[in-house]
Write a protein that binds this ligand. Structure first.
Ligand code: SF4
Length: 256
């Protein structure tokens, strides 16, 4: 008898009890992008056309000052951090100088930004660790970076990307929102969004993707009200929140 074997069932020898194999049973369902590969390529190709060389907006002069600036930027704006670090980095652009300056003086420099007491403590502690364990150099390794005081995965991702050219997606509030609002890389946690973005973004776009997404979230797909009229991917976007289907013309921007 040549009966068709049902899908997802494995035929076993007669003496054994047949077992229905359900490949996904017990496994967590992983979220998927709502976009196919051609749509994802189209989205990032437009971001690239608009900003060929996107830049981060945190001022810094070397990997150490970048690390400090990113640590200070948690729950603060880049503009606010840049104001606070302008004078600080003129006098303390190495771990040794920062340590010598001391926690009280660092606190005075950064008191205009949120959580400044805790942040000044972390800046001193991480300077000390860099001197004692890393020869005063910022390690180019995400896992090592996350062992430093005040450095989480997002901070480490930004530093390895901007200072050492390693492609990463540092999921901040903007990238988390875009991943979920558009259904581009939905996830309940920043780690889930990061993993999905890293999986779906074609390699040729991965290095700049982090900045493209942040800048798109900061200036166009804003938290409270997305500015869909100014959006260059409005025709491709599948968000329920979008208010316009016509993409804005792409004007190349050189200073962002
Ligand atoms: S169309 Fe609107 S919701 Fe969609 S990405 Fe653009 S700004 Fe965001």
């Amino acid at each position: 008898m040549n009966r068709k074997q049902p899908l997802n069932q494995t035929r076993l020898p007669l003496q054994k009890k047949a077992v229905i194999v359900r490949p996904n049973k017990g496994k967590k369902r992983t979220a998927r992008s709502r976009y196919n590969q051609a749509e994802i390529i189209a989205i990032f190709a437009r971001f690239k056309q608009q900003r060929a060389e996107p830049k981060g907006e945190l001022d810094h002069v070397n990997p150490f000052t970048l690390l400090v600036a990113v640590v200070l930027s948690a729950q603060a704006t880049d503009v606010g951090v840049n104001k606070a670090t302008k004078k600080l980095f003129e006098i303390a652009d190495t771990p040794e100088k920062m340590l010598e300056l001391g926690e009280d003086a660092v606190r005075d420099h950064i008191r205009t930004i949120g959580l400044y007491r805790n942040k000044s403590k972390n800046v001193i502690l991480l300077s000390k660790r860099l001197i004692e364990e890393f020869g005063s150099e910022v390690p180019a390794d995400r896992d090592l970076l996350t062992t430093l005081p005040g450095v989480g995965r997002k901070t480490a991702n930004v530093v390895v990307s901007m200072a050492f050219g390693q492609p990463t997606i540092a999921v901040d509030t903007h990238i988390f929102r875009i991943g979920n609002r558009l259904g581009l890389a939905p996830g309940k946690t920043p780690d889930e969004v990061e993993a999905l973005f890293e999986r779906i973004i074609p390699e040729e776009f991965l290095y700049h993707a982090h900045h493209w997404l942040i800048l798109h979230g900061r200036y166009v797909c804003k938290a409270r009200k997305p500015d869909c009229q100014a959006c260059i991917i409005a025709d491709l976007c599948k968000s329920k929140e979008k208010t316009c289907d016509v993409p804005a013309p792409i004007v190349p921007l050189v200073d962002q």
